[in-house]
Structures are given as structure tokens and as C-alpha cells.
Design a protein. Structure first.
Length: 257
């Protein structure tokens, strides 16, 4: 098992990419602390892991609040006595034009997508530095960090900031053996693909532009498990000489736009 004896925190772990990462880590021997704002979802995800013989702890938490992020790390240390991997996956999307988007929506996107990662990383790194064992931080970004879409400015900006956080922390923490990397998913079949009740992956627009015209060279959307596989690699010893990287998992989309 590639993560035997390790302990990881995965935020946004109630569904989608976060849940897939938590489940895969657990299958590879890792004790996983799952965090999400929705108690029912995070409880169900943790129950699925323990039901399959894994070790998991559900912690309802809003990581956009500094005190809740710090308490999350504290719960992990209380339960398992160590922390080896932090996966900052919590994220939200709020569509809207730059001018007309309500200030509250703009700030919520930044608080969850960027500030939440900062809060969790600060709390985790403090312990990792004190323990002196190194560690891994994996930030789940987006191809939106490098490209622009209409009505997505707040999300684009938040993910661009997250990529820069990845690079900056990689440089600062490398002397301490803490490796920091990111993953930039493209179109992944999760609930975030649903906007105003419509799954964009099932629209004629997606099929004609991204599949029919081969904007996605692999001609399909990705699955959460395909992102999780890259997260597992980055958390494992196989990635011991990688830091500061942001790896696209997008079916080739990032090389066609």
C-alpha cells in the first residue's frame, strides 16, 4: 500500500473529486480525515470508507473560517497523532458578470477557494514544521487558473491565486521537506458541472464544441477517480522530487485553447 501509516486531511470530501481522493487514499492504507460543510455528505463518505475496512473520520467544517480550519487540523492530530498530507479540495463556483455579481458572492468564492486553502495550509504547516517529518500539500486548482471563461471571473481569480500559493509555498517549504503541488482538473463529471439545474456535460454545446470539434483531444469529460489517481501519486514517495508543479488532468484541453 502506497500510503500505509500516513494520515491525510481532504477538504470538500463529501462528494465528487474530494470523496474520490479520500476513498483512494484509504484503500492505499491512509487514515483519512474528511471535511465538508454538509454534515450528511461527509458522514456518508466516511461511513463508506469505514464500511470497506478503511480508517476515516468525518469533520463537518467550513474551512473559509480560520477557526474551523484550525479546529479541523486539531481534530486530525487528536484522532491520529500525526498529519502527513493535506488536500485542499474545497471549492465553489458562482456564475456572474464582473460588474453585476453581488459582492457577497464574489467574496464567498475567494473565501472558500483561496482563503480556505490558506487557513488549512497554515494550520497544517505549523504542525509539519514542528514535527520535522516533512509532508505533502496538494491543492486542487482548475484549468480556469490559466484560461478565462465568461461569467467566471471570481472563480478564475480564486484558482489563479491558488496556483500561485502552490508555487510560493513550494519554494518556502522545500528546505523543510514539505512538497507542495497542485492539480488542475478540466471538465470533470461532478456536481460542479451542474449550473442552474443543467449539467453542462450533457448539453449540445459541450458535445459540439468540446467533443465534436476535439477541443478536448480525448473527446470526453473526466471522472473524479482520474483526478484522485494523480493526487495519490503526488502524496506517495513516487513524487519525492516534484514540488511547485500544477498538473493538468483535462483530457488535453489545456493544449488546445
Amino acid at each position: 500500500m502506497r500510503l500505509e501509516g500516513k494520515v491525510a486531511i481532504v477538504t470538500g470530501a463529501g462528494r465528487g473529486i474530494g470523496r474520490a481522493i479520500a476513498e483512494l487514499f484509504a484503500r492505499e492504507g491512509c487514515a483519512v480525515v474528511l471535511a465538508a460543510r454538509t454534515r450528511d455528505e461527509v458522514d456518508a463518505a466516511a461511513d463508506a470508507i469505514t464500511g470497506a475496512g478503511g480508517r476515516a473520520l468525518a469533520v463537518p467544517a467550513d474551512v473559509s473560517r480560520r477557526e474551523e480550519a484550525e479546529a479541523l487540523v486539531g481534530r486530525a492530530l487528536e484522532a491520529y497523532g500525526r498529519l502527513d498530507v493535506l488536500v485542499n479540495n474545497a471549492g465553489i463556483f458562482r456564475p456572474g458578470s464582473f460588474v453585476d455579481m453581488p459582492r457577497e458572492s464574489w467574496e464567498e468564492v475567494l473565501r472558500v477557494n483561496l482563503c480556505g486553502a490558506v487557513h488549512c495550509a497554515r494550520a497544517a504547516v505549523r504542525w509539519m514544521l514542528a514535527a520535522g517529518r516533512g509532508g505533502r500539500i496538494i491543492n486542487i486548482s482548475s484549468i480556469h487558473a490559466q484560461r478565462a471563461e465568461p461569467l467566471a471571473t471570481a472563480y478564475d481569480v480564486s484558482k489563479g491565486g491558488l496556483d500561485q500559493l502552490t508555487r510560493s509555498l513550494a519554494v518556502e517549504l522545500a528546505p523543510h521537506g514539505i512538497l507542495v503541488n497542485g492539480i488542475a482538473p478540466g471538465f470533470i463529471d461532478t456536481s460542479m458541472s451542474v449550473v442552474d439545474g443543467v449539467n453542462e456535460l450533457e448539453t449540445d454545446w459541450f458535445r459540439s464544441v468540446y467533443v465534436g470539434r476535439r477541443k478536448i483531444p480525448l473527446a470526453r469529460a473526466g471522472q473524479p477517480e482520474e483526478v484522485a489517481a494523480v493526487a495519490l501519486f503526488l502524496a506517495s514517495e513516487e513524487a519525492s522530487y516534484i514540488t511547485g508543479a500544477v498538473i493538468p488532468v483535462d483530457g488535453g484541453l489545456s493544449v488546445t485553447f
